[in-house]
Design a protein around this ligand. Structure first.
Ligand code: GLY
Ligand code: MN
Ligand code: MN
Length: 421
């Protein structure tokens, strides 16, 4: 079955179990970059998850109940505009192509919303995500409320539809896993290309260009987030994006990049030596981070908690920081006091999917425990160690920044690393 349709049906089933009602899921609007030039368009992740429909100015409406219905509001065909900006589906072709029950012009949405909302027991919506949409929906609800004397009922509650969708998005279906494998493969190829071009005298932006070239050449894929190419001391700036430094022999260069395939992200980090082999303090830190990643990945299997991988990485990193003379004290003391955070200040991973930091809770909703892993979850494992210069740190370690990041699928028996660089 069409995976988007089956997700709509699953959402409708959840809504029905929770008292029925109507979901309203708008896509993202186009954002202007400057004057009359827009940023490249990217659909809203929730809307994309449920429709696959690629155009802006579109809204999905799902009505639960005995005869559930899906409605799409989208742009009309417009031959004159299509000459300038390209193909538009229009409601008829959209309905056929995307397996929707009914499709209408987006121009009719504000007129039709009160009719659709009238007598629904509840609404499902991403409240607070877009102030203009909050107002638009409340205007429609108030139009229904004005009809109360005629016996029309206004929805008694508005639920955040993301509660259901986030839980659904946490466990990837086969269609999603196939796209994530492709994103991982293309991104791994881009890393191989980038690695082969690392050399003293090259600028960070040249390496960025190679990554983007590989993404585009493999099917006009965009990066899932702004790539990071951070050489020398720049590797200690976690979100470094300036990319204007010329690499020198003896540097490390940290590269964090991934492309997006039909909306699904890859997210890889490697730390490479520039102009020679890994030696000395740099090798010690790279080996430590690799060991932390190995320990973290060893925890990933159904039944374990999401946070176990972070705890395992922190244990290995903390012991290594003590052994390398970066921290004093006992392992338990360093963990208890969080002294390790001086060199490792981020978490060891995050959910990965349509958003690079994907939707989904990190704790169980019904009890005080970390989220328990189940097959189909996809996450990153990305320990690091970032050592800024300071009087109490041996000089050999100054400005070393290392991260190693892979993307992992939880399988019935353990896990699979998707990013084979
Ligand atoms: N590239 C973003 C992250 O690693 O979380
Ligand atoms: Mn990441
Ligand atoms: Mn990353």
């Amino acid at each position: 079955m069409n995976p988007f349709k089956s997700r709509r049906e699953r959402l409708l089933t959840h809504m029905t179990k929770m008292g029925e009602g109507m979901a309203i899921i708008p896509t993202a609007s186009e954002k202007m970059r400057n004057r009359d030039t827009a940023y490249p368009y990217r659909a809203d992740s929730y809307f994309h998850y449920l429709t696959g429909f690629p155009e802006p100015e579109a809204v999905l409406v799902l009505i639960a109940g005995d005869s559930p219905r899906s409605l799409l509001f989208c742009r009309e065909k417009d031959p004159a505009k299509e000459v300038w900006d390209g193909f538009r589906f229009g409601p008829d072709a959209a309905r056929e192509t995307f397996g929707i029950d009914e499709a209408h012009s987006i121009k009719t949405l504000d007129e039709k919303l009160p009719e659709l909302i009238a007598n629904q027991p509840a609404l499902w919506f991403s409240m607070g995500h877009d102030a203009a949409w909050d107002t638009r929906l409340m205007t429609a609800v108030n139009a229904v409320r004005a009809l109360a004397r005629k016996g029309t009922r206004t929805p008694a509650s508005i639920h955040d539809v993301r509660h259901i969708l986030d839980e659904m998005r946490l466990i990837k279906d086969d269609h999603e896993i196939a796209l994530m494998r492709r994103a991982a493969d293309i991104s791994a190829n881009a890393f191989r290309r980038a690695q082969s071009l690392i050399a003293p005298g090259r600028f960070e932006y040249e390496i960025e260009a190679e990554l983007l070239y590989e993404f585009c050449k493999s099917g006009r894929h965009h990066p899932a987030y702004p790539p990071i190419v951070a050489s020398g001391p720049n590797a200690c700036v976690l979100h470094y994006v300036t990319h204007d430094r010329c690499m020198k022999a003896g540097d490390l260069v940290l590269i964090d990049a991934g492309c997006e395939v039909e909306g699904y992200a890859a997210d890889i980090t490697r730390t490479f030596p520039v102009g020679g082999p890994l030696i000395g303090a740099q090798k010690e830190v790279v080996d430590l981070v690799a060991a932390a990643q190995k320990a973290a990945i060893a925890t990933l299997r159904p039944g374990r908690a999401f946070h176990d991988s972070h705890d395992a990485a922190v244990r290995v990193l903390s012991q290594g920081m003590i052994d390398l003379g970066l921290l004093n004290g006992s392992l338990d003391g360093v963990i208890e006091s969080e002294a390790y955070k001086r060199f490792y200040m981020h978490r060891t991973g995050h959910w990965l999917g349509l958003d690079v930091h994907d939707a989904g809770l990190y704790r169980e909703e019904t009890r005080d425990a970390g989220k328990i892993l189940v097959p189909g979850m996809t996450l990153t494992v990305e320990p690091g160690c970032y050592i800024r210069p300071a009087d109490d740190i041996p000089r050999a370690f100054h400005n070393i920044g290392v991260r190693i990041e892979d993307d992992v699928l939880v399988t019935p028996t353990g896990c699979e690393i998707l990013t084979k660089v």
